[in-house]
Design a protein around this ligand. Structure first.
Ligand code: FE2
Length: 203
C-alpha cells in the first residue's frame, strides 16, 4: 500500500480564512474528479452529517456550517483517480484555489494513521468520527430489505461486532475516532441514523 503520509501538519494560508467554494463549485469538482456514484454519495453523506452537526450541535451559522459541509463533500475527492496520492492531491488543489485553511486541514485529518495529521478542532474530530461510521452504516442499510427504515443502534452495534461484515472497515479506527470526542459510540450512531437516510445522490 502506498505511503499516504502528508509529512506536514499545516495547510493553506491563514490569509484565505473564510474563502470557500460555493455548493455548486464543490459539486462540479466532484463531477469532474469522481466518476463513481457510490463514492460521490458517501461524500455527500459525510457532508450532510458535518453540516447538520455544525448547525444543531455546535450552534454555528449557515456560513460556518458551510465550511463543515465543504470539508465533508471533498474529503475523498482524489481517492478514485489518485489512490496513491490520496489526500495530497485534493489538498494541493484547494491550496491552489486559495481555500480556507481550516477546511483543508479538516480534510487532512480524516485518517490520522494514514495521513499523519492529528485532529485538533471539533470540525477535524467530527470528520474523523463520521467518515468510517457513515460508510459502515450505509453498507448495513443496503443489505436490509427496508434499508434505513426501522434500523436501530443495537443492530449497528451488532454488525460492528461481526468481523466478517464490511471487513474493510477498521473497527479500531472507529473506536479511536470516538474516543477523541466527548461522545459515545451510541450517540454518534443515533445521530447518523437520524440524518443520513435523506441524503441521495442527486441531493
Ligand atoms: Fe471517506
Amino acid at each position: 500500500m502506498a505511503n499516504l503520509q502528508l509529512g506536514r501538519t499545516q495547510f493553506g494560508d491563514p490569509i484565505n480564512a473564510g474563502n470557500l467554494l460555493s455548493e455548486a463549485e464543490a459539486l462540479q469538482l466532484l463531477e469532474d474528479w469522481v466518476p463513481n456514484e457510490r463514492l460521490r454519495l458517501h461524500m455527500k453523506q459525510v457532508a450532510k452529517l458535518m453540516k447538520t452537526w455544525a448547525l444543531q450541535q455546535e450552534g454555528l451559522s449557515e456560513t460556518a456550517a458551510h465550511s463543515w459541509w465543504l470539508a465533508g463533500v471533498l474529503h475523498d475527492a482524489d481517492w478514485e483517480k489518485y489512490p496513491d496520492e490520496h489526500c495530497r492531491r485534493i489538498i494541493e488543489e484547494l491550496e491552489m484555489r486559495q481555500i480556507d485553511p481550516a477546511v483543508i486541514r479538516t480534510i487532512a485529518c480524516h485518517g490520522p494513521r494514514h495521513f499523519g495529521v492529528e485532529p485538533e478542532t471539533t470540525m477535524e474530530k467530527m470528520i474523523y468520527v463520521f467518515d468510517e461510521l457513515s460508510g459502515f452504516i450505509h453498507a448495513a442499510a443496503l443489505i436490509r430489505p427496508t434499508r434505513y427504515e426501522g434500523m436501530d443502534v443495537k443492530s449497528v452495534l451488532k454488525k460492528l461486532k461481526t468481523p466478517s461484515f464490511a471487513a474493510q472497515v477498521n473497527r479500531e479506527e472507529i473506536q479511536d475516532a470516538v474516543s477523541r470526542t466527548t461522545l459515545t459510540l451510541e450517540e454518534v450512531i443515533t445521530f447518523i441514523l437520524n440524518n443520513q437516510p435523506e441524503v441521495s445522490i442527486s441531493a
